[in-house]
Design a protein around this ligand. Structure first.
Ligand code: 5GP
Length: 367
């Protein structure tokens, strides 16, 4: 990985040569986001994008499961983590973390109607007893679902670690995703307590306001680099979750070491996303909102509790038609990135990627 040297050198320069925190509580090492880098092209023997293999076979650390898929996952948000998405993504061997608000009966009907999609979905839960009981019921009703996504906004709590351990003990052969975190030590903690894959990202999401409301976060490219390094050292995997706005960002996430990417906003506005089309002044939209937005909390928790504030936006996304076109566009971009660095598989991306720090990404002439 070429970035570490470059970023390290830049950080040293900025930090006046020491590279060490000046004040007790300030890390002066520069952390980077997707917008801060580009991927340096490299000589390649590939003749065409069609030679690139995007599917990858995973062997998960704890579950010992083997899974072959294209490592792209739809976020477990109630707008996009839908059964309709799962049918379409499954057909492309891509994954969906199904949102946690479906009933067990709805799950059973989905399993009956779309058995071929079950290998490509995860059942999601937070840490509440009700959520975990529902996971039990869903896995009972749909034994072919083999992946559990334990998702909380703040993966740093001791209680969350206990939950991961409890679910691991109960489901030794299911693949467990746990998150979200953004640093190496917590990635290791979650893997050591039973997570096969750690979800990385605090604050980068398209409808996330955590950085504004709480001032907490970590630039997503650096978070991915650092957490992937920690996870891979233990035989675990990471999912870069949030902040991917275009296929180029996805390529950078894989180049930084992500095993999977998770996206929400990129798949909003499509037919397969939940909600009605809104037509105004001849233009069509679909509603998209964060799972910590007041829209989501009003829908699922009867409103925003007094002790907390909304940490998500509600937006109207222009209607985009069937999601298949967006999937193909994303996969096409990834194949292109692979050919530019000479990677014949997505897994090779991380070994072939050198990032260059940039001050400008795009030519702004036409907006
Ligand atoms: P996107 O692909 O839209 O940039 O990011 C999707 C990710 O944003 C989700 O997978 C999840 O981690 C995060 N997210 C979803 N809803 C919220 C929210 O209301 N608040 C925050 N802080 N993050 C959210």
């Amino acid at each position: 990985m070429g970035l570490r040297g470059a970023a390290g050198a830049a950080a040293l320069a900025l930090a006046g040569g020491s590279g060490v925190a000046f004040a007790t509580h300030i890390e002066t090492d520069v952390k980077l986001d997707f917008k801060d880098v580009l991927i340096r092209p490299k000589r390649s023997t590939l003749r065409s994008r069609s030679e690139v293999e995007l599917a990858r076979t995973f062997h998960f650390k704890h579950s010992k499961q083997q899974l072959t898929c294209v490592p792209l996952m739809v976020a477990n948000m109630d707008t996009v983590g839908t059964f309709e998405m799962a049918k379409c993504f499954g057909a492309h061997k891509c994954m969906v973390a199904i949102h946690k608000h479906y009933t067990v009966d709805e799950w059973a009907a989905f399993a009956r109607d779309s058995p071929e999609a079950l290998a490509y979905v995860a059942v999601s839960a937070g840490t509440s007893r009700a959520d975990l009981d529902k996971v039990d019921a869903v896995l009972n009703a749909c034994p072919d679902v083999r992946m559990i996504c334990l998702d909380v906004a703040n993966g740093y709590s001791e209680f969350f670690v206990h939950t991961v351990r409890e679910v691991r003990e109960k489901y030794p052969a299911h693949t467990i995703i746990a998150g979200n975190v953004v640093t190496n030590e917590m990635t290791e903690e979650l893997i050591l307590n039973g997570a096969d894959m750690v979800k990385v990202g605090i604050g980068p999401g398209s409808v996330c306001t955590t950085r504004k409301q709480a001032g907490v976060g970590y630039p997503q490219l650096s978070a991915t680099l650092e957490c992937a390094d920690a996870a891979h050292g233990l035989g675990g995997h990471v999912i870069a979750d949030g902040g991917i706005t275009c296929p180029g960002d996805a390529a950078k996430a894989f180049g930084a070491g992500a095993d999977f990417i998770m996206c929400g906003g990129m798949f909003a506005g499509h037919d397969e996303a939940a909600g009605e089309r809104i037509v105004r002044d001849g233009r069509a939209y679909k509603l998209f909102y964060g799972m910590s937005s007041s829209t989501a909390m009003s829908k699922h928790a009867g409103g925003v509790a007094e002790y907390r504030s909304s940490e998500g936006k509600t937006v109207e996304v222009p209607y985009k038609g069937p999601v298949a076109a967006t999937i193909l566009d994303l996969l096409g971009g990834l194949r292109s990135a692979c050919t530019y660095v000479g990677a014949s598989t997505l897994k090779e991306m991380r070994h072939r990627t050198t990032f260059v720090r940039v001050t400008q990404q795009l030519n702004p002439v036409f907006g």
